[in-house]
Design a protein around this ligand. Structure first.
Ligand code: GBH
Length: 456
């Protein structure tokens, strides 16, 4: 039985953009078709023990072949926009050099199908699927990758720019830096800890260079999608607040401030970064039309417990004891089946604090991801999650934060990275044996809520 939220959603502005998000590596499959090159995720998932359920994303949700059906689902849902990602190795198989026309053709068909369905395409140029050929040369640890990324952005904009208005450069460089290069839990599986920092700088540089490339092609609506959440200190002791500040610096400010303020949040840290950092910051802070925020939950952080070495977690991933901060369990809130606490009011807190921190330097915000994993098609918990977060978002807007849109993660159940297929984030259930799509209760709830919004 679906429990209906106790009160209806508040009214959002008429031109508020409603959407859903996906990413190429998580849904497309067809990894060896039509000239696609290998990605770092293809290679990583093929290594024993990397993915919890032993799966990989060679088929995923077969979206490469089933996109017409998925576009119908978007149309039925009534969203105005769809955020998907373009797979770099599909377009430029080796990451640099020859362009694969057949790869671009796929996105061309997708964009046309979306437009025909009245859904605005919002492509993300990079959502973690680095071309393996570049990864083998150092991936985001080397500067060259940022330059190749900008060249690829130019190619995509050259092909789709006549029909695409809104662009997103990168998705969550913080996660790729920490999980991919720092802790080895995501591709490319490097465990460099703080030596992963160049990957952050080069992604940010790639972002800025891509903004320039998109502008040169006439783009007028560019954003990026960074993951953010409030950091709560485990206690008021100096050790805990210092650990929480450091976590906030590394996961939030390190990625927001170069982009929004043109500087790194910490001198000492900036000194560890490679290249002409001061010049790079001018590129990295190219003005954006809007700022995308992926929000999932707050994080409670304390100083590492010398006794409890290695017991702290980040999104289910065990953190090494030598890190100078330790995320703790947040008690007193419901949890998703991933174990993440459900704290809608922390979204209000996050947005209000962004407005306070960055003032007029913060462009209009779009929530580019928000969602949760639960089993089942009668997903009352997901309805409660979305309802709570939309109300919290509205509260932030009433408090003066300029928010222009909200995208649910995700349209479909999909390949949840190191978790494999065990976590289901979709509004639409996917039976992986048959690829049959079944809209969940939350899909119907959102469809009705959007109709109600349109009525006002
Ligand atoms: C996003 O990353 C990705 O962009 C998307 O591809 C992915 O499928 C989706 O979210 C769902 O995971 O509570 O302290 O343990 C999400 C980034 C980082 C958010 C870890 C949750 C948990 C921190 N996530 N975080 S903690």
């Amino acid at each position: 039985m679906t429990t209906v939220p106790a009160s209806p959603l508040p009214r959002f502005p008429r031109d508020f953009e409603w959407g859903v998000s996906t990413s190429a590596a998580q849904i497309e499959g067809a990894v060896e078709e039509d000239g696609r090159g290998r990605s770092a995720w293809d290679v990583f998932a093929a290594q024993t023990g990397r993915i919890k359920d032993g799966s990989d994303a060679r088929v995923a949700t077969d979206h490469y072949h089933r996109y017409p059906e998925d576009v119908e689902l978007l149309k039925g849902l009534g969203v105005g926009a769809y955020r998907f990602s373009v797979a770099w190795p599909r377009v430029v198989p080796d990451g640099s050099g020859a362009v694969n026309k057949a790869g671009l053709d796929f996105y061309d068909r997708l964009v046309d199908a979306l437009l025909a369905a009245g859904v605005k395409p919002v492509p993300t140029l990079f959502h973690w699927d680095t071309p393996q050929a570049l990864e083998e040369r150092g991936g985001w640890l080397i500067r060259e990758t940022a330059e190749h990324f900008a060249a690829y952005a130019d190619v995509v904009a050259g092909r789709l720019g006549d029909r695409v208005e809104r662009w997103i450069t990168l998705n969550e460089p913080a996660e790729l830096t920490l999980l991919g290069y720092g802790l080895g839990q995501h591709a490319p599986g490097r465990e460099l800890l703080f030596d992963a920092l160049p990957a952050a700088h080069h992604q940010l540089l790639g972002h800025g260079l891509a903004v320039q490339a998109l502008r040169a092609r006439g783009a007028t609506s560019i954003g990026m999608a960074n993951s953010h959440g409030p950091t709560w200190a485990a206690s008021a002791t100096e050790a805990d607040t210092a650990a929480a500040d450091l976590y906030d610096l590394l996961l939030n400010r390190l990625f927001a401030e170069p982009v929004l303020l043109g500087r790194y949040p910490d001198e000492e840290l900036a000194g560890l970064l490679p290249g002409p950092v001061a010049d790079d910051l001018k590129v990295i802070s190219e003005p954006l039309d809007w700022y995308g925020v992926n929000y999932y939950q707050p994080t409670l952080v304390g100083a590492p417990d010398p006794e409890g070495a290695g017991t702290s977690h980040f999104g289910g991933i065990r953190l090494p004891a030598e890190l100078p901060f330790a995320p703790r369990e947040i008690e007193g809130y419901p949890r998703t089946d991933f174990g993440w606490p459900v704290v809608p009011e922390a979204l209000t807190e996050l947005l209000v604090s962004f407005r306070e921190r960055y003032g007029d330097r913060l462009p209009p915000v779009v929530i580019t991801e928000n969602g949760c994993s639960y089993e089942g098609i009668e997903d009352a918990e997901r309805i409660a999650y979305l309802d709570g977060h939309l109300k919290a978002l509205h509260t932030a807007m009433a408090a003066g934060v300029d928010v222009r849109g909200y995208f649910v993660w995700s349209l479909l159940d999909n390949f949840e990275w190191a978790e494999g297929y065990a976590r289901r984030f979709g509004l639409v259930h996917v039976d992986y044996a048959t690829q049959v799509r079944t809209p969940k209760a939350s899909y119907h709830w959102l469809r009705d809520a959007l109709r109600e919004q349109a009525r006002g």
